[in-house]
Design a protein around this ligand. Structure first.
Ligand SMILES: Cc1cc2nc3c(=O)[nH]c(=O)nc-3n(C[C@H](O)[C@H](O)[C@H](O)COP(=O)(O)OP(=O)(O)OC[C@H]3O[C@@H](n4cnc5c(N)ncnc54)[C@H](O)[C@@H]3O)c2cc1C
Length: 366
């Protein structure tokens, strides 16, 4: 009889791992929502909401043998999970990949994709209704959003403001300089080392003003883009769980939290040593799939190679379909590439065909 693997969370990490293990184990993927949302393309959806029809994808064709069960997991332990409705599911191995929240309209909540779609459409309507946009936060989401809006609406006055001294804090200075030069060429006003103290909301865009700021015009559209917040409620029930400064659960070298033996964590929820990106997940999933296959065959994870994060921080940052810059996680310091390569790899299509294919919906993407 095949052994059962329970995966909690069907985001980029959980869904990818479920597919990798589908032929090797009885996979049960427990996911809160009915639809996967390809949030990478959520940023461009704000200027082009027609993308929504392609990026909200049902889970029904993801697995051939395993199943996707809709539900919210309340707790997990070596040997199983308990759902919020009290049901338990037992399994030989449990993987928790509960990911992270981001401010609207960039990522859905646990309660369904409809609110996400409504949020994107509302942001789009507000964008059309105003000439001024201020984005607070200059990480990848804020920078990409500034690029998308200034490309699609070159007459709008777009301002990007950040408390950090460079764009893309945590990434290479060369990448930040290239993106800053391209955004300035698109007419984006950039204010670095500038702390905004008085946001009316940090979790949603709104029409308002930023009092005390030099660009404090009335009725501007303000997008908070202040970073991802890990979803770790499940680990909070584990007495031996510890968390890092970002709130990600600490794991051992085999990605196991809280002294667990057959319970693993990966993706945004886990302090793997990688940043919270899909680039990181593309390294974690193949490694963990091998560890799980060997564990199911009777080996101890500790007898297998430990997880080693990327040595450099990779990220692809399009500024609209044709521009942008990226740091590829190659060699020790990474390799910077410009707009042509960024557009080719990500900017033109935002990986939409790839994810529709992975979820079994390739044909409807014509
Ligand atoms: C707008 C935006 C664009 C981005 N673009 C890029 C990019 O281009 N490249 C890149 O590398 N990174 C990008 N990122 C980061 C990337 O989205 C995250 O790193 C990625 O989503 C993390 O994947 P994950 O599987 O760990 O978590 P998530 O994708 O957040 O998935 C977690 C899943 O778990 C489910 N879940 C949570 N709790 C429970 C529970 N208790 N029970 C059941 N299910 C649960 C959720 O519903 C969700 O489906 C972007 C982020 C944003 C916000």
């Amino acid at each position: 009889m095949m052994k059962r693997v329970i995966i909690v969370g069907g985001g980029y990490a959980g869904a990818n791992l479920a597919r990798a293990l589908d032929s090797r184990a009885e996979v049960c993927l427990v996911e809160a929502r009915e639809h996967f949302v390809h949030n990478v393309a959520a940023i461009r959806s704000v200027v082009d909401p027609s993308l929504l029809a392609k990026i909200v994808i049902p889970y029904d064709r993801l697995l051939r043998r395993g199943r996707v069960r809709q539900g919210i997991v309340a707790s997990a332990f070596d040997g199983g999970v308990m759902l919020a409705d009290g049901a338990t599911i037992e399994g030989d191995i449990v993987i928790v990949a509960t990911g992270s929240h981001y401010a609207r309209p960039f990522k859905p909540t646990l309660h369904g994709a409809r609110a996400f779609e409504d949020g994107v459409k509302a942001a789009h309507a507000s964008l059309l209704a105003t000439d001024r946009v201020t984005i607070v936060g200059a990480g990848a989401v804020g920078v990409e959003l500034a690029g998308e809006i200034s490309t699609a609406h070159p007459r709008k006055r777009v301002t990007l403001v950040s408390g950090a001294s460079t764009l893309m804090p945590g990434y290479s200075a060369k990448l930040a300089r290239s993106l800053e030069a391209q955004l300035r060429a698109k007419g984006v006003a950039i204010h670095l080392s500038t702390r905004v103290e008085s946001l009316d909301a940090t979790d949603s865009p709104y029409l308002g003003t930023l009092p005390g700021m030099p660009y404090a015009a009335e009725n501007q559209l303000i997008f908070p883009a202040l970073g991802a917040r890990p979803i770790t409620a499940i680990f909070r029930h584990m007495p031996a769980a510890y968390f890092d400064a970002q709130g990600r659960v600490r794991v051992d070298a085999w990605l196991r939290p809280a002294g667990a033996q057959r319970l693993f964590a990966l993706g945004d929820a886990a302090a793997t040593g990688d940043p919270m990106t899909i680039v990181a997940i593309t390294r974690q999933v193949p490694w963990l799939a091998k560890i799980i296959a060997a564990t199911l065959a009777g080996e101890s994870p500790k007898s297998l190679p430990a997880y080693v994060p990327w040595s450099s921080r990779g990220i692809l940052v399009p500024l609209g379909p044709r521009d942008g810059a990226s740091m590829l996680p190659l060699m020790r310091d990474g390799v910077l590439v410009g707009n042509w390569t960024t557009a080719l790899i990500k900017g033109r299509e935002l990986f939409i065909p790839r994810y529709r294919k992975e979820f079994g919906y390739a044909r409807k993407c014509a």
